[in-house]
Design a protein around this ligand. Structure first.
Ligand SMILES: *Cc1c(COP(=O)(O)O)cnc(C)c1O
Length: 389
């Protein structure tokens, strides 16, 4: 059976060019980049090149990049750093729809007697701007808002939010794990102080991430150890993965346009056709959204049943975040948006990538109506004509 992979917000396939570039660093090129001898120097040179590639994708200085082990570590590092360096300020301002890397850190901090404000969103998942402005109190150490939501693809106005924070002397961090590679980013033109990204969301492997830390920003390392990453993260650099992320960044720089034209057209075709099925709707602002993501509710159905049937046909999708699936509670993102219970229960996320083709979309579109009809026929509530409660 052929796999059709529409779950690229959970993780992406490692690009073959990325893997090829990594392999020598598991073989002959095993030096420690901190070593003085030529085995070290070779590798230090590769690190430098990779850092340049990532910096050019982000529009920042290479020295502003700190490599980490994942997006989660980058998010944690940013928030801890802001709290450590400003002990007199004890508030974190974030939103109700962040990834668990921020949501669960926020609830941990609350238990440690930090103050946390979680700004809400409207029915379309857009940030409550007035609520956000009102949340910026003098005791705020850091604002952390994601650039793009992993479940709906909705984009937050992070550039405007960063400007406002700069005026008020508040550090601004964005979790851009879903945005990097999918929309153009030019950090030099923004007031963003810190930005998190993760390799495996842009065709590099799992286990490598990065944090952009603006030059001059007061910073406290999360991992204290050697002088690596200019003292901003101890631990010998994960050279093969950093090299892989460098190639992934080069590819993303070249492909961001295709992402916004071809991939977007595929997403739109998929979405528009699925909306012809009865009792369906899109969750999230259709205008300000990632080009690859759609989140669709099939009312009176359980998303797990849909996902199971899709999987039997080789189609990979997900309900909201892979980190929270397995629980029957509707996603915290859809709940924050005020999505009805019935719509939230039957919501699935389809997230495409450069690796997808029109043939795959067409094949999925043939299968979908059959699957939905079959499941609805089996649903007592659907047959009674009474919506599930
Ligand atoms: C995937 C994801 C993360 C976590 O990244 P990891 O590398 O898996 O730790 C954080 N934030 C968002 C928005 C994500 O989509």
């Amino acid at each position: 059976m052929e796999t059709i992979y529409f779950d690229n917000n959970a993780t992406t396939a490692v690009d073959p060019l990325v893997l090829d570039a990594m392999l020598p660093y598991f073989k002959d090129l095993y030096g420690n980049p901190s070593s003085i001898h030529h085995k070290g120097a070779q590798v230090a040179e590769a690190l430098k090149k990779a850092r340049n590639s990532l910096a050019s994708l982000l529009g920042c200085d290479p020295g502003e990049i700190v490599y980490t082990s994942c997006g989660t570590e980058s998010d944690n590092t940013a928030i801890w750093s802001a709290l450590f360096t400003q002990p007199e300020k004890r508030r974190l301002v974030t939103s109700k729809v962040e990834h668990s890397a921020v949501v669960n850190l926020a609830s941990f901090l609350r238990q440690q007697n930090y103050q946390v404000t979680e700004v809400g969103v409207d029915r379309q998942g857009r940030l409550d701007w007035e609520g956000f402005k009102a949340s910026l109190t003098p005791d705020t150490a850091i604002v952390s808002l994601h650039w793009a939501n992993n479940e709906t693809g909705v984009l937050f106005p992070v550039e405007e939010a960063a400007e406002l924070c700069r005026e008020k002397g508040i550090i601004f961090h964005t979790d851009a794990v879903q945005a990097v590679g999918k929309i153009p980013i030019d950090l030099k033109k923004t007031k963003i102080d810190m930005l998190s990204l993760s390799g495996h969301k842009l065709h590099a492997p799992k286990g490598i991430g990065a944090l952009f830390v603006r030059n001059g920003l007061k910073f406290a390392p999360f991992l204290i150890g050697g002088h690596q990453e200019r003292g901003r993260r101890g631990g010998t650099e994960n050279v093969p993965y950093i090299v892989g992320l460098g190639i992934a960044a080069e590819l993303a720089t070249k492909r961001v346009k295709e992402e916004n034209v071809r991939v977007k057209a595929l997403r739109d075709k998929l979405e528009q056709s699925l909306l012809k099925i009865s009792y369906t709707s899109v969750n999230g602002d259709k205008e300000n959204r990632l080009p690859n993501t759609t989140n669709i509710s099939f009312e009176h159905l359980q998303s797990d049943s849909i996902l199971f049937m899709l999987s039997q046909e080789g189609i990979c999708a997900s309900s909201g975040s892979a980190c929270t699936s397995g629980s029957l509670d509707p996603s915290h993102v859809l709940r924050a948006m005020g999505t009805s219970y019935s719509a939230a229960q039957g919501s699935i996320r389809l997230s495409l990538a450069i690796t997808n083709t029109e043939e795959e979309v067409d094949k999925a579109l043939k299968l979908f109506p059959q699957i939905i009809d079959k499941l609805r026929d089996q649903s007592p509530a659907w047959k009674d004509g009474s919506p599930t409660k």
